[in-house]
Design a protein around this ligand. Structure first.
Ligand SMILES: Nc1nc2c(c(=O)[nH]1)N[C@H]1C(S)=C(S)[C@@H](COP(=O)(O)O)O[C@H]1N2
Ligand SMILES: [Mo]
Length: 484
């Protein structure tokens, strides 16, 4: 047990110097995420939500402690079996770090340190336990425990000093040359239970494949545009922030959002027009895919034709709701393409844009069975009422979205009765969600309410139920409520 702690702490300490992702425990966790089959990942997200990562780390801890106890038991007389267990642990750690695309060879020092510290501590303790008196071996235990504790704490401290909080705080005000239109008071029906039109940064949903949030100081960041371009370009953070900045209100939605789910939010994003940047690099004939890469190894493939569409509003964003981009949402910079699911467009901590073909490269989620094309599907959700309300006139309220197309109408149905038209909020932009409410009659008892939206192409949401895999859920959202 103690050797395990010593091993992990030593790895964590070395990782603080060579890159947080090299900490063996986290690297194995990350590898586990990357190797997890899609169905298991979906299960983890649906059962534990955004707690899936603490659950994973906790589960790993339980397994490791059990194996450590087992190693101790089978090594009662001879140290060899325990050392074999440690070496196997170490090998898994080294393999996990080796498999990371974002870490260099130096990073292997972290799991290697874990392995050495583990074997060393184990041998020391084993010898002490067998050959020396009780008090001497107790002293040895204490020394190893304290050393492990100190290494772990120092590792955590050195690692946290490298975070990007200071860099973000030093950015100062970012001023749009072209601000987004003001949001009118009737853009949401928050009083009736809908979300606010603009989602506060702290409430904005989050989807990350990385176990630890990447820390990328703006001073160290650059963006390289290369591949099928006339001239390769590299931008620093100052290059980007000193350009005329445009602010756009955009609703972002995750392909993993189930019908009625929470993975959708809206913000005022500030940045530069992506089509303009690519235009400066000169996109060559035949470039089909913009393959974007993050510091954390995540990649996304976006159709070049969508990005270059006049008026699409694709952007490289550096600000969100009047602040520099929050670290969890991609500081210093991320991509956004209104109308496309995040997994094919919204790369956070983005550092590389390569123009290429669909055949040449497969992005992160494509390799895991998700669709190449990811336009956001027209959908709607009921947010109110919840639980039990007074019988009579009941107000049903919620959201609807058809990004870049716009919502035409929303209808509500109670207990399978006639469809009733809902009142829509003022449209701010077709790239954002729209709120709605309707008053329905409900006698005392239990009821269901169902919603469906129709977009400006005339398409009414299908009632056919589709799972989130491979290109987004469909179906009508239905809730139950009771009246008294
Ligand atoms: N680097 C990186 N970028 C990423 C992701 C990720 O896991 N890593 N997730 C993508 C997905 S699936 C979505 S839906 C959006 C979510 O962005 P948010 O976390 O800011 O809401 O980011 C996209 N960009
Ligand atoms: Mo997503």
């Amino acid at each position: 047990m103690l050797s395990l702690a010593a091993a992990l702490a030593a790895g964590h300490l070395v990782a603080a110097f060579v890159g947080a992702g090299a900490s063996p425990y986290l690297a194995v966790g990350n590898a586990a995420i990357d190797l997890t089959p899609t169905w298991l990942k979906d299960f983890a997200v649906s059962s534990f939500g955004t707690n899936d990562k603490p659950v994973l780390l906790g589960g790993m801890a339980v397994v490791m402690v059990l194996l450590a106890i087992l190693a101790g038991l089978i090594s009662r007389s001879r140290p060899l079996p325990g050392q074999i267990v440690i070496v196997v642990f170490g090998a898994v750690g080294i393999a996990a770090v080796y498999g990371r695309s974002d870490l260099g060879q130096l990073a292997l020092a972290a799991p290697a340190a874990s392995l050495l510290a583990g074997v060393f501590a184990f041998r020391l303790l084993h010898r002490a336990a067998l050959s020396q008196g009780v008090s001497a071996s107790r002293r040895q235990f204490l020394v190893v425990a304290v050393a492990a504790g100190v290494a772990g704490v120092v590792g955590q401290w050195v690692g946290s000093r490298k975070d990007a909080t200071g860099s973000r705080a030093a950015v100062g005000p970012l001023t749009p040359a072209r601000p987004a239109p003001p949001v009118p008071a009737d853009a949401d029906f928050a009083k009736l239970g809908t979300p606010t039109f603009i989602t506060p940064n702290s409430d904005f949903y989050r989807i990350d494949t990385a176990l630890v949030v990447p820390q990328v100081p703006a001073e160290d960041w650059s963006l390289r545009i290369h591949g099928m371009v006339d001239r390769e370009l590299t931008f620093s953070y100052d290059d980007i922030r000193n350009r005329p900045l445009v602010e756009r209100i955009v609703t972002l939605c995750c392909v993993s959002n189930p019908v009625g789910g929470p993975y959708i939010s809206t913000a005022r994003f500030l940045g530069v027009d992506l089509a303009e940047l690519l235009g400066e690099a000169g996109v060559q004939q035949g470039a089909e895919q913009l393959y974007s890469t993050s510091t954390d190894g995540f990649t996304a493939g976006t159709p070049v034709s969508t990005i270059m569409e006049p008026g699409r509003g694709a952007m490289l964003a550096i600000g969100m709701n009047g602040e520099p981009l929050p670290i969890e949402h991609g500081f210093p910079a991320r991509l956004l393409v209104p109308g496309l699911y995040g997994y094919v467009s919204a790369t956070k901590w983005v550092t590389e844009l390569e123009l290429t073909t669909w055949d040449a490269k497969q992005s992160y989620w494509l390799e895991r069975g998700w669709s190449e094309q990811g336009p956001i599907k027209t959908e709607s959700r009921i947010d109110a009422p919840t639980g039990s309300v007074a019988a009579g006139k009941v107000r049903v309220a919620g959201i609807a979205w058809a990004q870049h197309t716009g919502i035409d109408k929303v209808e509500v149905q109670v207990d399978g009765g006639p469809w009733q038209r809902a009142v829509l909020s003022t449209e701010v932009t077709t790239d954002a969600w729209r709120m709605w409410w309707a008053e329905v009659d409900a006698t005392p008892g239990h009821h269901t309410a169902t919603v469906r939206a129709t977009d400006r192409t005339g398409y009414t949401q299908t009632d056919q139920i589709a799972d989130v895999v491979p290109d987004g859920a469909t179906g009508w959202h239905t809730i139950t409520f009771s009246t008294r």
